[in-house]
Design a protein around this ligand. Structure first.
Ligand SMILES: NC(=O)C1=CN([C@@H]2O[C@H](COP(=O)(O)OP(=O)(O)OC[C@H]3O[C@@H](n4cnc5c(N)ncnc54)[C@H](OP(=O)(O)O)[C@@H]3O)[C@@H](O)[C@H]2O)C=CC1
Ligand SMILES: CC(C)(CO)C(=O)C(=O)O
Length: 317
């Protein structure tokens, strides 16, 4: 391993953290993994990836930690925890960061960087990462990868001096993923990229929980299909009201690509099944609030959000 290669820390080694961390480590990067409930399993048996794209991959031994204080200072920190853990993880991120480190939130939702920024030292760069991938954990240390895999990065805030430096750092991050065989692009407008991703996550994540169904069943039924399209349209209209522009025929393209996907249960479905908190703040509350701030209401999405809040409160307690 060349000492010029950046050191990478994975904060939260679940489906996303495990997948990208393993791929980066297999590509020769010095990757350190922070774990919680799965620490013992991963320290004993390593990480395993069952990928429909990359085949079966394993990493053993794993540089695994249960305490960020034991991690070496990392140049890049990839946060793979759920957005619901971000506030609690802020001191952990700061502890694992090398001076001037780049922190990337590999998470769904809106405004997640805005919420974390005030809790991080100003000297750290903060970026967002939009992961287009279908992965889940099947058992401790084992990640199932059904399809896709790309990560698009955008700069949020930090000590970068100007647009050119922001762009250069974002491209540097993107290059790490590309070196590990993962598609990646640097995006100039993180907010735009986050809204674009929400067009998929807002309908499917919530409906998978409420209707207890994966993408194949949701796409096969005329009623759920119509509902998905109506919800997508509300997200697109909200983004437009905010002055953003979605790609041409975006909804049609998403419907077609979802029709082609293997049956997929979004991460919110797994959270519900495992009685973990749902990412309602990032995926519903923040977009509703951003749209409302410019006078745009999303009634179907508000109803979806209220039903999910009810179900989440009951599930939690
Ligand atoms: N799964 C997918 O296909 C996709 C997911 N996403 C997004 O990626 C993000 C991550 O999702 P996903 O990987 O599915 O989630 P997972 O639940 O699989 O992974 C989250 C991981 O974070 C760990 N974690 C949480 N808090 C801490 C802590 N304090 N210390 C150490 N570890 C911690 C969890 O540990 P523990 O097991 O102990 O709880 C778990 O290993 C979400 O925002 C999701 O919406 C985006 C695109 C696709
Ligand atoms: C299914 C997919 C690819 C949608 O973009 C995804 O990334 C997600 O579940 O968040």
């Amino acid at each position: 391993m060349s000492s010029s290669k950046p050191r990478i820390g994975i904060i939260g080694t679940g489906a996303i953290g495990g997948f990208y961390g393993l791929m980066l480590a297999r590509a020769g990067f010095d990757v350190h993994f922070l774990l919680r409930s799965e620490y013992d399993a991963v320290a004993a048996r390593g990480l395993q990836l069952n990928s429909a794209v990359h085949g079966a991959q394993a990493l053993f031994p794993v540089q695994a930690y249960r305490d960020a204080a034991q991690m070496p200072p990392c140049d890049w920190l990839l946060v793979g925890a759920k957005t619901t853990s971000n506030a609690a993880l802020a001191p952990v991120i700061a502890q694992a960061a090398a001076p001037g480190a780049k922190v990337v939130l590999l998470q769904n939702g809106l405004a997640v960087e805005d919420a974390l920024r005030p809790l991080l030292p100003e000297s750290l760069h903060l970026l967002g990462g939009l992961c287009y991938i279908c992965v889940h954990r099947s058992e401790p240390g084992v990640v199932e990868h059904q399809s896709l895999g790309a990560v698009n990065l955008g700069y949020h805030s930090g000590p970068a001096l100007d647009d050119a430096q922001r762009q250069a750092l974002t491209e540097e991050g993107s290059a790490l993923f590309k070196a590990a065989g993962i598609d990646s692009a640097a995006v100039a407008n993180l907010d735009q990229a986050r809204w674009q991703k929400l067009v998929w996550n807002v309908p499917y994540n919530g409906l998978s929980v409420l209707l207890g169904a994966g993408t194949t069943a949701l796409m096969a039924n005329a009623d759920s299909r119509e509902l998905i399209q109506a919800i997508m349209q509300e997200v697109v209209d909200a983004a437009t009201a905010l002055g953003l522009r979605m790609p041409e025929n975006f909804i049609g393209k998403l419907m077609t690509s979802t029709d082609r996907m293997p049956d997929y249960l979004p991460s919110m479905y797994h959270d519900f099944a495992q009685k973990r908190p749902l990412e309602l703040g990032a995926i519903y509350e923040a977009p509703l609030a951003a749209a409302a701030a410019v006078g745009f209401e999303m009634p179907s999405i508000r109803a979806l959000y209220q039903a999910l809040r009810f179900i989440d409160a009951r599930n939690q307690g």
